[in-house]
Design a protein around this ligand. Structure first.
Ligand code: ZN
Ligand code: ZN
Ligand code: ZN
Length: 227
């Protein structure tokens, strides 16, 4: 099932339970390959990657993480050959039958025994569109007239630097920051009267920003707030 940019908000800020990185972040090694029968390898076009949830505990991870960590080698008896089985690293449920071989990643590995309808397909071009804030940037979702949600990719360099500094204050890097950033528009007077600040994503209390601080990042969910 292809996830289009308008549905990506549901994945915003959520992390892969295996690698701990954001589900909307990917690396070259997450990229899908096609099953090619000639024996050669071929990358899927357009560039895409996939996510899969454990049907038992519902935890979600990159398909590549399932391949790297979920595929277990089990021995058939003491001297028997090894077989592969996909099992959930979180709840331990076996999610596939035992197979003699595992299809290599670059030969078009697929989550075994689960139909494509259970797999989320993310096209890199869609993710880039979403991250560039073309959805949020245009809608400019205003909350309580004070907050505006924008995409991380739409920030100016000084804003991005402020977010990076705020992230390091809570032991994170810019890579950990959620793609949806909240801009807070306060007059100096309103800012002086601010008594408490809560994360606009998860509602956790945020540290009160000092007078010269331009950004605060939620230590809990990694959502940045620009002041
Ligand atoms: Zn992962
Ligand atoms: Zn599970
Ligand atoms: Zn938060």
């Amino acid at each position: 099932m292809r996830i289009t940019p308008d549905k990506m908000n549901k994945l915003d800020g959520r992390v892969c339970f295996i690698c701990g990185k954001y589900l909307l972040n990917y690396t070259e090694k997450d990229m899908a390959y096609l099953k090619v029968h000639s024996g050669s390898t071929m990358k899927a076009k357009p560039n895409m990657y996939h996510l899969f949830s454990c049907p038992s505990c519902t935890k979600m991870a990159h398909k590549r993480c399932w391949y790297d960590v979920g595929e277990k080698k089990v021995k058939k008896g003491w001297f028997g050959k090894s077989e592969y089985i996909l099992s959930c690293p979180s709840c331990g449920t076996d999610l596939s039958s035992k197979r003699e071989k595992r299809v290599d990643w670059n030969r078009g590995y697929e989550i075994p025994d689960h139909p494509e309808s259970e797999i989320l397909e993310l096209h890199v071009s869609d993710v880039v569109t979403w991250k560039a804030g073309s959805v949020f940037g245009k809608i400019g979702k205003a909350i309580d007239n004070f907050f505006q949600a924008v995409g991380l990719g739409s920030l100016t360099n000084p804003e991005r630097n402020a977010v990076a500094r705020a992230a390091s204050n809570v032991g994170k890097t810019i890579q950990d920051v959620a793609e949806r950033v909240f801009k807070i528009k306060l007059t100096p007077q309103q800012r002086a009267e601010l008594k408490e600040l809560r994360c606009q994503n998860c509602d956790a209390p945020l540290p009160m920003p000092g007078e010269f601080v331009d950004a605060v990042v939620c230590a809990h969910c990694g959502t940045a707030h620009l002041l």
